[in-house]
Write a protein of this length. Structure first.
Length: 171
């Protein structure tokens, strides 16, 4: 599971950054099936900053996790609005500084012309202090090549890279 890992891997660098800032993180994952949370918890002492992960693989699971039905109906599970809601809802439910979401198509089937296999939306939500107007959510779309395992690993590592970039931008 380290084929696409840097040295040191992003999960270690993110852990160091979160410890340094005192921030916390929670994840909600669809196409990665818990891999983002697994990578985070591969780092000894991750309980200092990691709260939880939700695996919301189905529409019903996304509804249970707080994604509005309207977002799913209008845009489908693999979409910017759903990734945005997933990141926001896990951040708020866990009461963490950061929420990250993944929703995509790991393959080998399920792709389309507009959303090919390897398409993912990664959401990163930040919770600012109450009343300081510093709460926001960003979503990025990526398309990765490879087999199912490679796509999942690349998505999970990209999600952690996106959070790390956001944490470092705030320092």
């Amino acid at each position: 599971m380290r084929e696409y890992a840097d040295d040191p891997p992003v999960e270690e660098r993110l852990g160091d950054a979160l410890r340094e800032t005192g921030d916390t993180i929670a994840t909600t994952e669809s196409c990665t099936g818990g891999l983002v949370g697994s990578l985070v918890t591969d780092v000894p002492g991750a309980s200092d900053y990691f709260d939880r992960t939700y695996v919301t693989y189905t529409y019903d699971a996304k509804l249970d996790a707080g994604v509005p039905r309207e977002a799913l109906d209008a845009h489908g599970a693999v979409s910017e609005p759903v990734a945005r809601e997933m990141a926001r809802t896990v951040r708020d439910a866990a009461g963490t500084t950061w929420g990250v979401s993944t929703t995509g198509i790991a393959g080998p089937t399920g792709g389309s012309e507009t959303k090919p296999v390897g398409t993912v939306y990664i959401g990163v939500a930040h919770a600012g202090e109450w009343g300081d107007d510093d709460t926001y959510t960003t979503v990025e779309r990526y398309v990765f090549d490879g087999d199912r395992a490679a796509i999942k690993e690349r998505i999970a590592r990209q999600a952690l890279d996106d959070v790390l970039a956001a944490v470092e931008a705030r320092e």
